[in-house]
Design a protein around this ligand. Structure first.
Ligand code: SF4
Ligand code: SF4
Ligand code: FES
Length: 241
């Protein structure tokens, strides 16, 4: 059995006089232990003030993203046995720090939804009595694929551009735009999408090193989504000239 050393970032900005620091905890590893379990043990047995987020414990809600030995990971999906004995945990950068390992991804993603106008744009009047509109299977599957984003923020935290430019939409944002571009019910044309994503804050700010694709815990094909949106926006940009 290993004795794990956890070096955990501590700082609660709302606490007067609190200062950023790293605190060390020791935890005896148990079979099948995840970081989520280890953090709960620390909170229950050593320090009840430790802040971190979780809801589902099953890689679904996206709440438990954090930097694990420097890489964005979900705490509930990361087994300690896949890590060395010394584990460093920091909050995800880019997002506003709430305290310790807890960050506010909600405000960031809400802002993303508003900026990308992440809803179907159509002139059609809603008719509750009409039959549902059909769509071919391949299109539906591509939309469902993009919809699998759990808004964990791992792709944003590991993205060089997002760490430098506050307003960069990041892979999650560009994936969101791709989802609506693919949807035949959305009547926005490429010129309108260009206004949303055809800039350095959108797809042209991406340097293409694909950290996002490596870091996405649900395995979204972010590389393909970025290429799809970039191609469409490059053509839309040429047409504007
Ligand atoms: S490929 Fe683009 S979006 Fe993905 S991490 Fe790199 S800069 Fe960010
Ligand atoms: S695209 Fe992947 S890494 Fe990015 S927020 Fe969505 S689920 Fe998380
Ligand atoms: S607790 Fe929901 S994804 Fe980890």
């Amino acid at each position: 059995m290993r004795r794990l050393t956890f070096n955990i970032f501590r700082y609660q900005p709302a606490l007067p006089g609190d200062k950023p620091r790293v605190q060390t905890f020791f935890v005896d590893e148990t079979p099948g232990m995840t970081l989520f379990i280890a953090l709960n043990r620390i909170r229950e047995e050593q320090d009840p003030s430790l802040m971190f987020d979780f809801v589902c414990r099953a890689g679904i809600c996206g709440s438990c993203g954090m930097l694990v030995n420097g890489r964005p990971r979900l705490a509930c999906k990361t087994l300690t046995e896949t890590l060395p004995k010394k584990i460093t945990l920091f909050p995800l950068p880019v997002f506003k720090l709430i305290g310790d390992l807890s960050v506010d991804t909600g405000t960031w993603f809400r802002n993303l939804s508003l900026r990308t106008e992440a809803w179907i744009h159509t002139d059609k009047e809603f008719d509750p009595g009409a039959q549902e509109e059909r769509m071919d299977n391949e299109t539906a599957l591509r939309i469902y694929e993009a919809e699998r984003c759990i808004e964990c923020g791992c792709c944003i935290a590991g993205c060089a551009t997002a760490n430098i430019h506050e307003n960069f939409l990041g892979a999650a944002g560009i994936n969101r735009v791709a989802r609506f571009m693919l949807d035949p019910r959305d009547q926005r044309n490429d010129r309108q999408y260009f206004e949303v994503v055809g800039s350095a804050e959108g797809v042209f700010g991406c340097v293409g090193l694909m950290a996002c694709d490596d870091n996405c815990p649900v395995g979204l094909p972010l590389q393909a989504q970025l290429a799809f949106v970039r191609r469409k926006m490059a053509l839309a940009g040429l047409k504007k000239l």
